[in-house]
Design a protein around this ligand. Structure first.
Ligand code: NAD
Ligand code: TYD
Length: 380
């Protein structure tokens, strides 16, 4: 079969990548989707069981840092679009092991960019009809001030933030024009990769686009990140390690709404532009944790308050960014994107998914991860 487009999605066995791969494979049967992933601890082919036999899906196990391999994949599959998600993504791991983050996030992105450049420049039409889409994070902008620790009515709203809780914890938001000011090795490595992507546009004329999204949550997220870790710990009656006083603020978006934004921007976004993605849905960690506890207890049939005692305040994360809040009005205005799910619905769906997919969680949290977790947090 001749496909209309050949799209390389990197990191497609990870959390967000698996949702993007699923969306593209199902929505575009005339595109061939090549999912390239190294399958690190965070990559899991079980995330894609439902689409693995589709005729327009192909998995390639490879490391984005291997330039020769990336060059081969680009020409063998005649790739005309890249959606680049492969990365080391957990801040706590970056604090322990920054080299791995520089290697994958910086050198890996560079090797992929160079492979795309060499292949596309070898074609008669060169960059026409091509796109290198780089997925980044709001963490590159640094941290916002927490000027209103109790929260004020947010000046902006979306479907995601249209529930009872509609707060902003400061008056500033990250804009596409906000100066980069990363603090963690993770965000520093992502910032560096964003700069390389823009440099390939400015220097070689490669059609690129960069998006910076807020914290994602939903099914298939590795249970070292706050929401799935806490759901899993509540299920096992284990302590919930709250960093510092639990006052840090994050802006949460349901992962499928991020995947929908990626689809829209891949097809309709303007070359060389940056788009911020988020639902104006800020939560103080401790408030969010209380919602998670309440939801898990209710769905497990426990009396309200059963798991409250699991909250355990622990030493704060080094360099812990106080507040993230993304201004996504450009994406809403220019491309008409809007989150599809209210936060309360998203949390309910997510908790249900983790409780119904215990086997998925147990499979990936045994072995290596268990050792890592004990090293990180001690035996609890
Ligand atoms: P994840 O850690 O769940 O998945 C990362 C995937 O990349 C895994 O499948 C892993 O095997 C793969 N990978 C890692 N190193 C690789 C390498 N050297 N070669 C090939 N594959 C490799 O991450 P995620 O949460 O799904 O994030 C995906 C992307 O989105 C990342 O670029 C991240 O920076 C960005 N992002 C994440 C969030 C979030 O809240 N999770 C928010 C905004 C942006
Ligand atoms: P995380 O899910 O690691 O995402 P990020 O650091 O990229 O925002 O953490 C979300 C917030 O939750 C962050 O402020 C750190 C905090 N946190 C805890 O309090 N305890 C935990 O065990 C974890 C993993 C995170």
């Amino acid at each position: 079969m001749v496909f209309k487009r050949n799209i390389l999605i990197t990191g497609g066995a990870g959390f967000i990548g698996s949702h993007v791969v699923r969306l593209f494979v199902n929505k575009y049967p005339d595109y061939r989707i090549i999912n390239l992933d190294k399958l690190t601890y965070a990559g899991n082919l079980a995330n894609l069981k439902d689409i693995e036999d589709k005729p327009n899906y192909k998995f390639v196990k490879a490391d984005i840092c291997e330039y020769e391999e990336m060059a081969r994949v680009m020409s063998e599959y005649r790739i005309d679009g890249v959606i680049h998600l492969a990365a080391e993504s957990h801040v706590d791991r970056s604090i322990k092991d920054p080299f791995t983050f520089a290697r994958t996030n910086v050198m890996g992105t560079l090797s992929l960019l160079q492979a795309a450049k060499v292949y596309w420049e070898s074609l008669p039409e060169k960059y026409e009809g091509k796109l290198f889409y780089h997925i980044s994070t709001d963490e590159v902008y640094g941290a916002l001030e927490l000027t209103n620790p109790e929260g004020i009515e947010s000046p902006f709203t979306t479907k995601a933030s249209s529930g009872d809780h509609h707060l902003a914890f400061g008056t500033e938001f990250f804009l596409e024009t906000t100066k980069y000011n990363p603090h963690s090795p993770y965000s520093a490595s992502k910032a560096s990769s964003d700069h390389f992507v823009r440099a390939y546009h400015d220097t070689y004329g490669m059609p690129t686009v960069v998006t910076n999204c807020s914290n994602n949550y939903g099914p298939y997220q590795f249970p070292e990140k706050l929401i799935p870790l806490f759901i899993n710990n509540i299920r096992h009656g284990k302590p919930l390690p709250v960093y510092g006083k639990g006052e840090n603020v994050r802006d949460w978006l349901f992962v499928e709404d991020h995947a929908r934004a990626i689809d829209l921007i891949f097809h309709k976004g303007k070359v060389a532009e940056t788009y911020n993605i988020g639902g104006f849905n800020e939560w103080k960690n401790i408030d969010l944790i209380r919602v998670i506890i309440k939801t898990v207890d209710r769905l497990l049939g426990n009396r309200e308050g059963t798991s409250d005692h699991l909250i355990t305040y622990v030493t704060d994360r080094a360099g812990h960014d106080l507040r993230y809040a993304i201004d996504s009005r450009k994406l809403q205005r220019e491309l008409g994107w809007e989150p599809s799910l209210q936060f309360e619905e998203g949390i309910e769906k997510t908790v249900k998914w983790y409780l119904e997919n215990e086997e998925w969680v147990d499979n990936i949290t045994s072995g290596e991860y268990e050792k890592y977790y004990e090293e990180m947090y001690g035996e609890r």
